[in-house]
Design a protein around this ligand. Sequence first.
Ligand code: FAD
Length: 456
Amino acid sequence: TATTQEFDVLILGGGSGGYAAALRAVQLGLTVGLIEKAKVGGTCLHTGCIPTKAYLHSAELADHAREGAKYGINTSLESIDLAKVREYKDGIIAGKFKGLSGLLKMKKVTVIEGYGRLVGQDTIDVDGTQYKGKNIILASGSTSKTMGIEIGGRIMTSTEALNMDSLPESAIVLGGGVIGVEFASVWKSFGVDVTIVEGLPNLVPNEDPAIIKNLERSFKKRGIKFNTGTFFEKVEQNDDAAKVTLADGKTFEADVVLVAVGRGPVTEGLGYEDQGIPMDRGFVLANERLHTGVGNIYAIGDIVPGVQLAHRGFQQGIFVAEEIAGLNPVVVEDINIPKVTYCEPEIMSVGYSEPKAAEKFGADNIETQEYNLAGNGKSSILGTGGIIKLVRQKDGPIVGVHGIGGRIGEQIGESQLIVNWEAYPEDLAPLLHAHPTQNEALGEAALALAGKPLHG
Ligand code: FAD
C-alpha cells in the first residue's frame, strides 16, 4: 500500500453530510478529499428525497387529472405510464448529479472514487491506496433495515420500489413511518390497492396526536387501508403473491411488499470500532460538537443517532467544517430540526409535540392551540382541509409548530423561525401574513394562542 495524498479534511461518504462538509471546508481554505464508493449525492439524491418527491409530483398530477372536473376542468385519468414516470425521475437525478459533480470539481474538492475503510486515526484505505487527513469526517450514511426479511422478487425496500418495471395492483407497506406513508400515498394516487401494516398503535407515531388523528382520517377517506398495533411475524412470497403474517395470526396478501421499517447506519466493517470510536448498535456516538472523542475524527448525518434527514446531515457537515476551521459554530438541537412528510395530505412539524412538551415542561406548564384550515381561504380554494397546531410554554415561547393539509409543508419556513428564535405568540400577532395564503393560518393560530382570535 502506498500513501498518495494528505488533506486537511478527509471525508468518508459523499452524501448530503459529506458533500456539504466538503464544500464548506474548501470555502474556508482547507484542502479536502471526499471518498465515495458509488455516486456523490448519496441516498438523498439517488434513492431518497429527490426520486420520491419526483414520484409524488407525478402522483399529485394523477390526482389533479381525476379531480379536474370538480373545478370545471374536464379531464380524466387515462393511465399511468410508469416507464415515463421513471424517466422523468431519472432525468431530475441525472441533472442534479451533473450539477453537484461539476460544483465539487470547480471548487477543487478531490473526489476519490472507491471503497473506504478507516485504518488509522488519520488514515483511510481506499481499495489499497492510503489517504491521510489531519481531520477525518465519517459520513457513511444509512441503508434500509430489513429485520431479517429477504429482499428480492415481490419483496422490496424503497430503493427497488423506485425502479419497478410495472405498477402492482396491490401493495402492502410494512411500516407506517415517513417513508411508508409517502410510498402508500403515491401508490394510492397511481391506483394501487394499498394496505399499511404498522406495529405501533398509530401511523407516523412521532408526530403530535392531533396530526396523527387527522392523517389517519384522511388516509381512510382516500381508501388507504391500515392495520396498526400488531407487529408482523413473517413475510413470504410465491409465484402469485407476497404474504405478511402478523403476530396475532392475521394475514395480508398483495402483489408486492415494501419493507419500510426504518434505516440503519452503514458502519459495519469500516474499521470504526478498531480505532476505538464509541458505537451503539452500529451508530457512531459523537458528542454534541460531533467529535467522536478519538483523534481528530468527527461523525455526521445518518450514522449519528437522531432524526435521519438530509438537511440535518447537510447542516452537521457545515458545522464540522467550521469547527475544524476554528469558527466555533452554534450547535443545532435535534428537537428544532424542521420536518416535512410529503404524503397527501402533507405534514410539517418542528419542535415539541404536545406530549413531548408535557414531558419536558410539565403538563400544567404548556398551552396549545389548534387552528382548522377550514377557516383559511387559500385552503378552501385548494380544496384541502387540515389543521395547524401550536404548543407554547405557559406565558412563554412557542416550542412546537405542527401542521397537516395539502401543501402545508411550505409553512415550515416561518414555523422553524418561530421555534428556533423562541418567538412568543405575542411576537407573531403584529406580523402580517399575506392574503390569501395558507401562511395566514399560522398568524391566526398565534393570535388565538395570544388570547385574541380574530375569527374565533
Ligand atoms: P447518505 O446520503 O446515505 O450518504 C452516504 C454516502 O456514503 C453514500 O453515497 C455511500 O455510497 C457512501 N459510502 C458509504 N460507505 C462507504 C465506503 N465504505 N466507502 C465510500 N463511500 C461510502 N430526507 C429529507 O430530508 N427529506 C426527504 O424528503 C427524504 N426522503 C427520503 C426518502 C427515502 C426513500 C429515503 C431512503 C430517505 C429519505 N430522506 C429524506 C433521508 C435522507 O436521504 C438522508 O437523511 C440523507 O441522505 C443522509 O445523508 P448522509 O450524508 O448521512 O448519508
